[in-house]
Design a protein around this ligand. Structure first.
Ligand code: IMP
Length: 175
């Protein structure tokens, strides 16, 4: 199998969208010092660009969930492999996800967070593949809606490859 990459969204377009999302979040959370919670590993580039475009103070933390094994299909089972180390009671939390696919990760994470009594939980996802949804998810801050294709780059990987690429690509596999 050879892997072929085709550019889907270029770096300027991504940067423009990240700036729009940051402006909206800065406006909505101007008085509340929110906690931005990055979902590892895929969100690390998006989160770091997003926070530098904000005009308000925020705090940052990370959680890591596992569902995908090797390959492009979810196992359907999600678990928290690196959880919160500090209390989020009474905090305004914004979950920052790279891509919402089946929705299982966010569904699991939302339950995990709500049991810890935050003041609010919102979701910011840079990419969404709504055709693949298995459970309903409401995305409060969304960058791009994508077709049903496996994408890599800008933090997203295939077997840990391609995360470092600055653009978003469709991964095509050829026999
Ligand atoms: P969900 O639980 O199916 O919504 O999957 C969410 C996670 O699966 C994302 O945070 C990604 O890490 C991974 N994922 C889903 N679709 C893709 C893709 O097209 N490329 C790379 N990773 C993906």
């Amino acid at each position: 199998m050879t892997e072929k990459l085709r550019v889907l969204i270029g770096r300027e377009e991504i940067a423009g969208k990240v700036a729009e999302l940051a402006a909206q979040i800065s406006q909505d959370y101007r008085d509340s010092n929110p906690l931005l919670l990055g979902v590892l590993k895929g969100s690390f580039i998006f989160l770091s660009d997003l926070v530098r475009a904000l005009t308000i103070p925020v705090e940052i933390d990370f959680v890591r969930l596992a569902s995908y094994g090797a390959g492009t299909e979810t196992s359907g089972k999600v678990r928290v492999v690196h959880g919160l180390r500090r209390s989020i009671r009474g905090r305004h939390v914004i979950v920052v996800e790279d891509i919402t696919d089946t929705g299982l990760t966010i569904q699991h994470l939302t339950g995990y967070l709500k049991r810890r009594h935050p003041a609010s939980v919102k979701l910011c996802a840079l990419f969404d593949k709504p055709q693949r949804r298995r459970v309903p998810v409401s995305i409060d801050y969304l960058g791009f809606t994508l077709p049903d294709a496996f994408v890599v780059g800008y933090g997203l990987d295939f077997n840990e490859k391609f995360r470092h690429l600055p653009e978003l690509y469709v991964l095509e596999q050829e026999a």
